[in-house]
Design a protein around this ligand. Sequence first.
Ligand code: ADP
Length: 447
Amino acid sequence: MRFRRLKFIKRFVPKTLFARSLLILVIPVLLIQIVSTSMFFDRHWSKMTSRLAFSVVGEISVLADYIEKNEEDDRAINALVSLYDDKLDLLVDFKRGETLTDQPVPVWVGWEYMIGESLMREMSGMFKTPFTVDVDFQEKWVEIRVQLTQGVLYVSLPQRRMFTSSSYIFLIWVFIISFVFLVISVLFMRNQVRPIRRLAIAAERFGKGRDVSDFKLEGAREVRQAGQAFLDMRTRIQRQISQRMEMLAGVSHDLRTPLTRMKLQLAMLKETPDIQAMKRDVADMEKMVQGYLNFVRGEGDEAMVLTNLSLLLQDVVDSTRRDGGDISLELDGTDIELPLKPLAFKRCLVNLLGNAVKYAPRTWISLSQEEDRIMLVIEDNGIGIPQEQYEDVFKPFYRVDSSRNSETGGVGLGLPIAMDIVHGHGGKIWLEKSRHGGLRVNIRLPK
Ligand code: ADP
């Protein structure tokens, strides 16, 4: 149960480090704001309001007392009333002979409630006769009526006598300042997260076999440590790869000389079936050695240039057709142009098409473009590859089964080279079963 709830919460937790750190920063600040604001309202504000109410009601009761004691002396009452108006900001009117009618129970919300309630409390403590309190926060005005022996005392006071905006402004300032600091810390935090993101991108690029030479160490100590570990790992892997490549290159190169010698010696011998078989073997070996050398050399240094892929594909298809391949080509109306390493990409196409015509009687190719990518699909109706080996055939020197390859003479490098080249272009290559029965090779390239 607990576990399920955790999972539920996890769904709403942001995924990126930046968003998570932001949340860690914002939530405490918000909580502090809410707690301190509510405490402020509860303690400070209500105390302030009740003190203000106490003083206003006190002034009213002094006046009421005076009126009760000098009932007949209108002049004295009027003099005091105008004094209240001038000095105390209270508008007073005494209406002799009136009685207070019943007022509906007022409905106050928010500020009105706070002011009204404290006035009611103070009034009921001070007066035993009926009274009413009216608060209109919109109009910024409060009205109090009190029943005296001879009539009704009307007192109107401006809202400022009951309400101080300084506390209000204080709160606004607290929010503004916290917001400003929050923005500043977000900016700083972004700088902290950026190096981690760069490291992740560099690791991803390296994993795809791309160039990461522009990766720089930056950020906090731990991030730098991780970056340094990544760089060390990269150097180690590159060294291992280059050692193996050098060895393969050396072996292949050294084998070429004795092979050429054998070829010459065989050419001088009489043509018997045995000699013919040996010649075929030597030719196969030469092809393999050439294949190893091509693989080792790679086409990594070639520059990207804007290339017409439709033309390039047409070219490769034409030359494969000349060698006897039965290919149907479907091109997307307009020419497709994109930055490519033309030689490398041609080699990739030659490998894939070569395989298709080698292992199948018929091949279908289609090139199409979508909004942000280009799709190249090569399908055939041959024997295909068992599905569980779709990944393995991209490993160098991997061959599906030796019996079917004995006459094709490949070395298991065609697909790995093709994959390297596609990855080198930021694309993706994967295998599927073709609707024609054989293999379907999909290539997706970014535009
Ligand atoms: P090779 O040089 O042996 O052709 P690849 O790397 O190009 O090496 O291919 C690896 C293996 O995948 C091959 O040995 C072959 O058995 C199989 N293969 C490749 N393409 C096809 C295809 N179109 N149809 C059937 N099998 C294929």
